[in-house]
Design a protein around this ligand. Structure first.
Ligand code: ATP
Length: 492
């Protein structure tokens, strides 16, 4: 799949009602998307799938749902106000703005070598990605002491300036805090500055004691949450991959501090397995351990679950050993201590935490990219989404062959019956071939056609989206057959 497929997916999403550009009638708001009828169904199913896998199926994980707005001191204590920033730089010729690490990732090894000679003491050309992170770190430290390097000394190209062979005139490098500011209060004078949360995790840390004491959980145990997060990203793009408003799926798993290594391994494997269960191709997924230089300010060790997108291997989820950093910070800055009374040692301890932090929208995009298929059938192009039946917005579409002879009534009844267990859709418009095509693009795994044989023999045809194979089954067995087929899909 090449990069142009993303454009095809964006267009399919609009055509079928998965995703629309936000505020489109006013010209659209960049990198901001609205989920349409099919999109919201699929998104909900992804969230339910995660909740089931992480919370409902376990007795040692409980859920919660914190407010998006939190006391501003939370973000000072967590380190986000002082540390949650990226370095940015602009090309004065194209007015294009870049996040420094993303800009450097697009440069040749020769340029990285020159930067490394300038900024790094120990330089191993084989570790290109690691070197970029190290260079960015050194530049960041230099900026804090007032030294801003001039990028124009190096042959750093701007891939957006195709007309002029990547020529650039770089501005100085600046730090940019990613926190979304807002104000809290009824009048301009009394309003205090607040933030839209950049992660849901702090809502969990600040409620650690509330949740632990009321749920009476013992270590090790987890608290999970699904919710919106906001980051004023320097560069956005690749459709849903990087946006300023997105939804997170976060698990904070609290453990005895000497057990983080074991739990980091356990959760990394569990989380990788979840994406495979979701139907994403195993050979396009990998777990990548972070180099030390890549770690966030709170993290001791980290794995990323990555997917091979048309634009390269990219992060879907971070699984991190955050140690006791967050609870320690809140214990230092807040009025109420977040501790755990350990009955064995008869004392209060601060638990460490292993975090698994994923994005709903990124997972959604991954499912679409992985399922998007173009093929030729009898000389005609067919586009389909080979989505897992667990997350396909519609599980089964039902079509009366013609609009008369009582077939629509029978089809309606079948839809009502299927709906007791699965999502179903009734479609009477257009030729049967066109109706199949529409459902193929919507990713609907099964289609049922009610025809004249249904009147005589009480049977229907069941069509499989991927193989296009049709079988004849008794009307009474529809739900049972769907159940079996979905089961087979899950176990294949
Ligand atoms: P990146 O390096 O891509 O900026 P990150 O390492 O800062 O991501 P985390 O802070 O670990 O991301 O956030 C956890 C998860 O939240 C990510 O793995 C991703 O799925 C999701 N996420 C983070 N930022 C965005 C964004 N701007 N748009 C969509 N999803 C995001």
């Amino acid at each position: 799949m090449d990069i142009s497929s993303i454009e095809k997916i964006v267009s399919l999403c609009k055509r079928r009602g998965f995703i629309f550009q936000s505020s489109e009638i006013y010209g659209g708001l960049g990198s901001t998307w609205d989920y349409g009828p099919l999109g919201v169904e699929m998104k909900q199913k992804i969230k339910n799938h995660w909740w089931q896998a992480v919370v409902t199926s376990r007795d040692n994980v409980v859920g919660m749902d914190a407010a998006i707005l939190m006391h501003p001191k939370v973000w000072e204590a967590s380190g986000h106000v002082s540390q949650f920033h990226d370095l940015m730089v602009d090309n004065k010729l194209t007015k294009k703005r870049y996040r420094l690490d993303h800009l450097l990732e697009a440069q040749s090894e020769v340029v990285i070598g020159e930067l490394a000679d300038e900024f790094l003491k120990d330089y191993n050309p084989a570790e290109n990605f690691d070197n970029i992170q190290k260079i960015v770190q050194v530049i960041s430290a230099n900026i804090k002491t007032g030294k801003t390097p001039d990028l124009n000394q190096f042959n750093i190209l701007d891939s957006a300036n195709k007309k002029d062979k990547g020529k650039a005139d770089w501005t100085g490098i600046r730090q940019f805090n990613l926190m979304f500011r807002t104000s809290f209060g009824s009048s301009d004078e009394s309003a205090t500055e607040a933030y839209l949360r950049p992660e849901t995790a702090q809502g969990i840390f600040t409620n650690f004691s509330n949740v632990q004491t009321t749920s009476r959980q013992k270590l090790p145990f987890g608290i999970a949450q699904i919710g919106k997060a906001f980051r004023n990203e320097i560069t956005t793009g690749n459709f849903l991959f990087r946006t300023r408003e997105f939804e997170q799926l976060e698990l904070e798993f609290f453990v005895y501090p000497d057990e983080t290594k074991k739990w980091l391994e356990t959760w990394s494997q569990e989380r990788l397995a979840w994406y495979i269960k979701l139907g994403i191709a195993e050979n396009k997924l990998r777990l990548r351990p972070h180099a030390e230089t890549e770690l966030a300010h709170y993290s001791k060790a980290c794995y990323d679950v990555e997917y091979e997108f048309p634009f390269g291997w990219s992060e879907l989820e971070g699984i991190a050993d955050r140690g006791t950093f967050d609870l320690d910070q809140h214990n230092e800055h807040s009025v109420k201590k977040q501790v755990y009374f350990d009955q064995e040692s008869n004392q209060n301890i601060v638990p460490a935490v292993v975090e698994a932090s994923a994005g709903v929208d990124r997972t959604f995009l991954t499912c679409l990219v992985d399922a998007f298929t173009e093929e030729e059938v009898r000389g005609e192009k067919r586009i389909l989404l080979k989505l897992s039946p667990q997350i396909a917005p519609i599980t089964c579409a039902v079509f009366p062959l013609v609009k008369k002879d009582g077939l629509p009534d029978i089809a309606e009844k079948i839809v009502q019956d299927i709906r007791q267990e699965f999502s179903a859709f009734f479609d009477i418009g257009g030729s049967i071939g066109r109706r199949y095509r529409r459902q193929d693009e919507a990713g609907t795994p099964y289609g049922i056609t009610v025809d004249h044989e249904t009147l005589e023999e009480n049977t229907v045809t069941l069509r499989d989206r991927d193989s296009m194979e049709q079988i004849r089954i008794p009307t009474a067995n529809i739900r049972k057959t769907l159940r079996e087929k979905i089961n087979d899909w899950d176990n294949k």
